[in-house]
Design a binder for this molecule. Structure first.
Ligand SMILES: Cc1cc2nc3c(=O)[nH]c(=O)nc-3n(C[C@H](O)[C@H](O)[C@H](O)COP(=O)(O)O)c2cc1C
Length: 323
C-alpha cells in the first residue's frame, strides 16, 4: 500500500498542501505541523536542470525537510529525461514519500523554455520523463501535477494519456495554462477526470486543486466530484490555520506563532534567505486585532530578523501587561 492509499484508508480522503514557490518552504511547513497539519506536504518545485548543473547549491534548499514534515512529496521540474533520472537517483537517498513531476506551472519564462505546463503539448516527452523518474525511484510513488490543457481544455485526451502511464497519483489543477489563476477553477472537468480514472486506471489516486478555501469546502467537493482528496494552495495564505478547522485565532496566539516562525527562520535560513522574504508571513499570521496595521507597518520597515523579533517580543510583553 503506498502513502496515498494509506492516508485514504485511515482518513477517507486526503487534504494536501500545494507546492508554492517561496511560500511552502521547510520553515512554513514546520509551522503548519504545529498549527494545523495537512495530510501531506509537497516541496517547492526544484529544477532538475539546475540540480544537475554547477549551480546545484542554488536549488538544493528546496529539498530541505524535517521528519515531522512527512509525508512529504518532492516536486521536480525540467524537460530532459536524463536530468530527471540522475536527479532522482540522488534524491532517493533522502527517502521522500513521493516524487512529483510539475506539468502545471504557467509562469511565462518557464513556458517559453518548454517546461512545466508547456509539456502538455509534448506527450511523448512526458512519457519519457515519467519513465526516467520511475526507472530510478524504486518503490517511491511517482505522481504528476497538471492542468486541464495548455491553451484549451483537453481533459479527455490528456488525462487518458496520463492515466495510461501507471502513475500513483495525479493532481488536477482545474484550469488551463493560458488562464494562470485568473478564472474560477473548473471542477466539473476535475470530476470528468475521476470518471476517466475509474475506467482507465482505477488505482491512480486523484487530487482536485483550485480555489479551496476551507476544509468544509474540501469535504463538499470531495463528495460532489468524487476526488480522493484536495490540494489547497492560496487558501493557506488567507488562513494559515485552515487545516486545524479552528476559527477565531486570538491576538496572543497569532503573535506567538509569528515569533516562533521568525525564530525558526533565523535558525534555518539565516544567510540563505533574507528577512525581506519573510514579510509575507507577517501579513499571513497577524490580522484582525486593534493596532495590527501599525505593528505590520513596523515589521515591513525592518531589514533584519533580529530587529523584527525584538519588535514582536516587545509587543507581546506590552499586550500582556496592558489591562
Ligand atoms: C505563489 C505561488 C507559487 C506556486 N508555486 C508552485 C510550485 O512550486 N509548484 C506547483 O506545482 N505549483 C505551484 N503553484 C500552484 C499551486 O500549487 C496551485 O496549483 C494553485 O495555486 C491553485 O490552487 P489554489 O486555487 O488552491 O491556490 C504556485 C502558486 C502560487 C500562488
Amino acid at each position: 500500500m503506498n502513502v496515498y492509499e494509506r492516508i485514504i484508508k485511515e482518513k477517507s480522503c486526503i487534504y494536501a498542501l500545494a507546492p508554492m514557490e517561496d511560500i511552502t518552504d521547510s520553515v512554513f511547513r514546520q509551522m503548519l505541523c504545529d498549527i494545523g497539519k495537512p495530510d501531506m506536504f509537497f516541496t517547492e518545485f526544484m529544477s532538475t536542470d539546475g540540480y544537475m548543473s554547477k549551480g546545484r547549491e542554488n536549488v538544493m534548499h528546496r529539498l530541505e525537510f524535517r521528519d515531522i514534515e512527512r509525508p512529504i512529496i518532492v516536486q521536480l521540474w525540467g524537460n530532459t529525461p536524463e536530468n530527471y533520472a540522475n536527479t532522482v537517483k540522488n534524491i532517493v537517498n533522502l527517502k521522500p514519500d513521493g516524487i512529483d513531476i510539475n506539468i502545471g506551472c504557467s509562469v511565462k519564462n518557464v513556458l517559453r523554455s518548454g517546461h512545466c505546463s508547456a509539456l502538455i503539448k509534448e506527450p511523448e516527452l512526458v512519457k519519457d520523463i515519467i519513465e526516467a523518474v520511475k526507472s530510478k525511484a524504486g518503490d517511491i510513488p511517482v505522481s504528476v501535477k497538471t492542468r486541464l490543457g495548455y491553451d484549451s481544455i483537453i481533459t479527455d485526451s490528456w488525462f487518458n494519456f496520463l492515466l495510461e502511464q501507471n502513475l500513483d497519483l495525479i493532481t488536477v489543477h482545474g484550469r488551463i495554462s493560458k488562464d494562470g489563476y485568473n478564472i474560477p477553477a473548473n471542477w466539473d472537468e476535475i470530476g470528468k477526470v475521476v470518471k476517466l480514472r475509474d475506467v482507465v486506471s482505477p488505482t491512480t489516486v486523484i487530487l482536485g486543486n483550485g480555489d479551496i478555501s476551507s476544509l468544509d469546502m474540501a469535504d463538499e467537493y470531495v463528495s460532489k466530484y468524487g476526488v480522493d482528496g484536495v490540494m489547497v494552495g492560496r487558501g493557506i495564505v488567507n488562513n494559515p490555520w485552515l487545516f486545524s478547522r479552528r476559527g477565531d485565532i486570538d491576538e496572543k496566539e497569532r503573535l506567538e506563532v509569528l515569533k516562533k516562525h521568525l525564530e525558526l527562520f533565523k535558525g534555518t535560513w539565516e544567510g540563505v534567505k533574507s528577512y525581506n522574504s519573510q514579510k509575507k508571513y507577517v501579513k499571513m499570521y497577524i490580522s484582525g486585532f486593534e493596532g495590527v496595521s501599525e505593528l505590520r507597518q513596523r515589521l515591513m520597515e525592518c531589514e533584519e530578523v533580529d530587529r523584527a523579533l525584538e519588535i514582536v517580543e516587545g509587543y507581546i510583553e506590552e499586550s500582556a501587561i496592558s489591562p
